[in-house]
Design a protein around this ligand. Structure first.
Ligand SMILES: [Zn+2]
Length: 91
């Protein structure tokens, strides 16, 4: 049988039980998207707190980005068509 070479020190022994008193932290769920949340905090996923929108969420930002992109594309398409008609008139 394997025998320990040295005595386990008090520090080493007591470190073994250091996590024994830890408790699972309490959490709540988001009223809008039912994601797990820390108590008294706004949801980072949907930006809701107590049923009201208080934060700009990631989804909102991506939707806004898509809208801006579409507007730019529409502008570029309009400019291209204007240039094409100008070229036809010039000839
Ligand atoms: Zn949420």
């Amino acid at each position: 049988m394997a025998v320990p070479k040295r005595k386990t020190s008090r520090q080493r022994r007591d470190k073994r039980f250091a996590n024994k008193g830890l408790e699972v932290q309490s959490f709540t769920t988001c009223s809008n998207c039912s994601a797990a949340l820390m108590p008294h905090s706004a949801c980072k996923g949907c930006g809701f707190y107590k049923g009201k929108k208080v934060l700009i969420s990631k989804d909102d930002r991506s939707v806004k980005r898509d809208e801006i992109k579409k507007q730019k594309e529409a502008k570029a398409a309009a400019n291209a068509s204007v240039e094409a008609t100008a070229m036809e008139k010039g000839d």
